[in-house]
Design a protein around this ligand. Sequence first.
Ligand code: FPP
Length: 243
Amino acid sequence: MGETLNIPPEETPRHVAIIMDGNGRWALSRGKPRLAGHRAGTENLRRIIRASADFNVEYLTIYAFSTENWRRPPAEVQGLMHIMEDVIDRELNELNDEGVRLRHLGRLDKLAPKLRKKVRHAVELTKENNRLNLNIAFNYGGRDEIVYAVQNIIRAGVKADDVTVEMMSNYLFTAGMPDPDLIIRTSGELRTSNFLIWQSAYSEWYITPTYWPDFDREEYAKALKTFGQRDRRYGGIDEKYYE
Ligand code: FPP
């Protein structure tokens, strides 16, 4: 593990979520195939996971494959499936040794049985770890997550008047976790892309033109420091304005 950051704990986001965008453009700008960008993005992910533990982030959620990414060419979809499998095969033991608890956000049913099994195994193996919670959003969509929650609420026979915000939160893939404090989006796009749309109601955003493979530890530290200077009011006003 590396150096920590000198940010007071109350200014450190407990939960950071990342839209790792720009792998394709990173590759194209170097005359490489898009999958080379995803591989470089995977290497960067290793660095950012370690930095998250060093920086005392409790939850890191990464958007690795969306419910809309199935629309990409089959070779790219297959490539991303292989990367997910590879990450589990090659990194799981080390992540486990470092105290990372791995969880999956999204639907497993559409994934190949072999990959599904590996994901379940990784989640089971790491379930007692508590140094860093790493959520991999894979075949994840925010709207799909909400539909799935509503279906399960109805299946559980909950009466309409008993549905509350807290209950909805408890039916999401992120049940029991804090909402993301900070969402980072690389490569400069200004949209949410169906990521954590319920949970991000009061998240702070950090958007950078840097492509994901180049988003390094220094820029991550900068994003966290910027977060520490934000004034979060959750729809209220500062006490000094009270009459
Ligand atoms: C967006 O860049 C990135 C993705 C859709 C995939 C992100 C995947 C990784 C970083 C690899 C790690 C993956 C796993 C499974 C742990 P883009 O392809 O949309 O880039 P572009 O907008 O420049 O085309």
